[in-house]
Design a binder for this molecule. Structure first.
Ligand SMILES: Cc1ncc(COP(=O)(O)O)c(C=O)c1O
Length: 395
């Protein structure tokens, strides 16, 4: 019999915790399974079904025998569709044969990019607050994260100065996300120009996570930093279909970047995932090449939900919610209720059965906030506001 206490695990997992958003989702799922009427606003998982033409394409692929390994990089037709989309919609030209890697979900591409770029002791600059998986992916490669605050109130001069303060001889990459999860902040061209100048002058990569690019509710265009002069050489564009096409469970993402990085990532990918699922890739081609009407419909619905949710939250004493310009999250400040974001989120789930994510999971800039996903039905969102109001009223 093995003495389990003396069986050793790797140091790299010692400080690692499970994704906080997935942890809250799992807790909410368990409560639901036990028959509790939970309102779950914790995850970034659209409540819409995937468009029928996409599902049909995947079913046909299965019936036609596309049930085997594909080229590790991805089917050539899919690579071409991604290159075409990125050039025509985002103004950034990457070579379909050498500068794209298709992965099972964008998260896998992020993890693989960190493995290809970061050496132990290297540093990554993250804009704060930011999505929960950037730091663990950098840290699993042995790297360290340095946070730079970025929100609606950050001027160009402050952004420039903060980047200069954050950089060191060990900095290798800057990770930015527009529109931003959790805050909904959408980067302007002028702000991206500051980052572009910075990465070019320090010879760094920037990973531009554009997974929410379709979800912008204001009259503000999505700008890819890769489209700025000379920036395809420095930029890794991370994207996928989870959010734009309600395809989270399909696991379909990709990364575009210079061949030097992609070819190393391809080696790692060929030994880890091998390839994204064959029939999922066929569905992805249909999603990219087919009608985008369904995406436009979802964006319209999200906008209405955003407006209603922000208005409802702002009526509750002690809660202040800036109206997010993009993505599908509200990120209200709750510190004036007197609770920490951790206590607020855990008590809200226990006492009112509403699952939200504590803001501190998203970095120091998230402290005192909670994140609510409005990728949920109007009824659920209205019910959440009623329960939060009740919860706050008895604090
Ligand atoms: C900012 C951001 N990037 C990337 C992802 C990963 O998406 P997926 O792995 O489903 O493609 C998510 C998912 O929540 C996200 O919020």
């Amino acid at each position: 019999m093995a003495d389990e206490d003396n069986l050793q695990l790797a140091d790299r997992v010692k400080g690692l915790s499970e994704s906080p958003t997935i942890a809250v989702m799992d807790k909410a799922r368990k409560l639901k399974a036990a028959g509790q009427p939970v309102v779950d606003l914790s995850g970034g998982d659209p409540d819409f079904v995937t468009a029928p033409h996409v599902t049909e394409a995947a079913i046909s692929a299965l019936k036609d025998g596309f049930t085997h390994y594909t080229p590790s990089r991805g089917f050539p037709e899919l690579l071409k569709a991604i290159a075409y989309k990125t050039e025509h919609e985002n103004g950034a030209a990457y070579d379909a044969k050498k500068e794209i890697l298709v992965t099972p979900g964008a998260k896998t591409a992020l993890y693989t990019a960190a493995q290809a770029i970061i050496n132990p002791g290297d540093e990554a600059i993250l804009f704060d607050p930011c999505w929960v998986s950037y730091a663990p992916c950098i840290e699993l490669a042995g790297g360290k994260c340095v946070y730079v605050t970025m929100d609606n109130h950050t001027t160009l001069a402050v952004l420039k100065a903060n980047l200069q303060k954050a950089v060191s001889g060990r900095t290798r990459i800057v990770i930015l996300n527009t529109p931003n999860n959790p805050s909904g902040f959408v980067w302007s061209k002028e702000q991206l120009e500051v980052v572009a100048d910075f990465v070019q002058s320090h010879n760094l990569y920037v990973l531009s996570d554009e997974i929410y690019e379709k979800l912008i509710f204001e009259d503000q265009p999505h700008v890819s930093i890769a489209s700025l002069p000379g920036m395809t050489r420095n930029t890794l564009v991370l994207n996928g279909l989870s959010k734009s096409h309600a395809m989270t469970g399909w696991r379909m993402g990709w990364l575009l970047g210079p061949e030097k990085v992609i070819s190393e990532m391809l080696k790692i990918h060929s030994h880890s995932s091998t390839c994204a699922a064959s029939f999922v890739q066929k569905g992805a081609i249909a999603a990219l090449e087919g009608s985008q009407e369904y995406t436009n419909y979802m964006v319209g619905r999200y906008k209405t939900r955003r407006d209603n949710l922000a208005a409802g939250l702002n009526k509750i004493p002690g809660i202040h919610c800036e109206v997010p310009a993009g993505a599908f999250y509200a990120f209200p400040e709750i510190s004036h209720t007197g609770l920490s974001d951790m206590d607020f989120a855990s008590r809200l789930l226990e006492e009112e059965l509403v699952a939200v994510t504590p803001g501190s999971a998203f970095g120091p800039g998230g402290v005192g906030h909670i994140r609510l996903s409005f990728a949920n039905s109007d009824e659920m969102l209205a019910e959440a506001v009623i329960r939060i109001e009740k919860f706050v009223s008895i604090l």
